[in-house]
Design a protein around this ligand. Structure first.
Ligand SMILES: Cc1cc2nc3c(=O)[nH]c(=O)nc-3n(C[C@H](O)[C@H](O)[C@H](O)COP(=O)(O)OP(=O)(O)OC[C@H]3O[C@@H](n4cnc5c(N)ncnc54)[C@H](O)[C@@H]3O)c2cc1C
Length: 289
């Protein structure tokens, strides 16, 4: 299918992108184009103008560690995240999630900023963002806004991104040393999107009980969520097959679980439990051994 007519220009700087975005009614930013172009071809999006961010790689691309944070630029592709040594060493769950996004073409073109801005409910990154207290850093012509992930994802394709806002980077809080971080996903067999994706992180104290635990789930419902009931059930417990199973049984409790043509609501609830248990077994593998 063919999109409706639109103007196109390549932004020469961040400021230029913001000015162009604001000065054209219905203008849209273009990053990797893997979500926007299909929508345009189906005429579900009919922007009057595309402002291409492709020339802003100096400003918006790359991964770096800053203190206890991992900063990922908006134009960084999923492939770059997956192959980054810094990500592999400091936040393996993010590396694991990036490796599982779509297929090679999607990972080579799709960007972290586009993924977070588009906020598909089956995207992988929202689970990682929630599990690791990410901040979404947004530039507007009025300045910079920092939006915590738990206030950012509001619904399917719905976020707290301000009108005419441009995501510049995403900043993840790195877990304490010794924390195991994992991402487990049941991918849709055609697209690779998460039917259910579970990000988990945790560790035990000197007494062998769970001292900290984070679980966030994407794909299962209208919007990604922290699985607080799982976390409460496991905190302070000795990790065993029984305590993990009991905690994972709560995996759907905090979500607005939904069914679709591919997976019924009941099946997704089941997948939430199964994939949460898998993730927790990996987090606490050395205690279970
Ligand atoms: C076949 C297929 C399979 C996929 N599988 C997966 C998967 O398994 N897991 C997954 O997580 N994702 C998946 N995706 C999505 C993909 O990973 C991209 O992240 C996603 O398409 C958006 O990134 P993009 O750079 O292509 O954004 P674009 O398509 O260019 O933009 C998407 C939206 O975000 C806006 N935007 C882009 N950049 C910014 C910015 N910096 N600031 C503000 N707004 C911005 C655009 O205006 C547009 O509205 C899949 C996509 C396809 C086509």
């Amino acid at each position: 299918m063919i999109p409706s007519a639109f103007a196109y220009s390549r932004a020469t700087s961040l400021q230029d992108a913001l000015i162009q975005l604001q000065s054209h009614e219905d203008a849209k930013l273009l990053a990797g184009g893997h979500s926007l172009l299909p929508l345009m071809k189906m005429r579900l999006a009919t922007p009057s103008k595309l402002v291409d961010l492709g020339g802003l790689k100096e400003e918006l691309r790359g991964v770096r560690r800053e203190g206890d944070r991992l900063i990922v630029g908006a134009l960084t592709t999923h492939s770059e995240v997956a192959h980054s040594k810094v990500v592999q060493e400091s936040l393996p769950a993010l590396s694991e999630a990036a490796r599982q996004v779509g297929d090679l073409q999607v990972r080579n073109r799709g960007t972290v900023g586009g993924n977070i801005a588009h906020a598909d409910p089956a995207s992988d990154l929202p689970a990682i963002a929630l599990a690791f207290d990410a901040e979404i850093v947004v530039a507007t012509l009025d300045g910079t806004e920092v939006i915590p992930a738990h206030e950012y994802f509001l619904g399917p394709l719905l976020t707290a991104l301000p009108e005419h806002g441009l995501v510049t980077h995403v900043s993840f809080v790195l877990p304490d040393p010794g924390t195991q971080t994992v991402y487990e996903k049941y991918p849709h067999p055609a697209s690779g999107y998460a039917v259910v994706g579970v990000a988990a992180a945790g560790g035990v104290g000197t007494d062998g009980t769970v001292s900290h635990i984070r679980v966030a789930i994407t794909g299962a419902g209208e919007v990604a969520y922290r699985a607080s009931a799982v976390e409460s059930a496991l905190a302070g417990q000795t990790p065993t097959e029984e305590t993990i199973r009991a905690a994972a049984a709560q995996a759907a409790a905090d979500g607005d679980i939904a069914g679709d043509l591919f997976a019924s609501e009941e099946y997704r609830r089941h997948l939430c439990q199964v994939y949460t248990a898998r993730a927790l077994r990996r987090v606490f593998a050395s205690q279970l051994a």
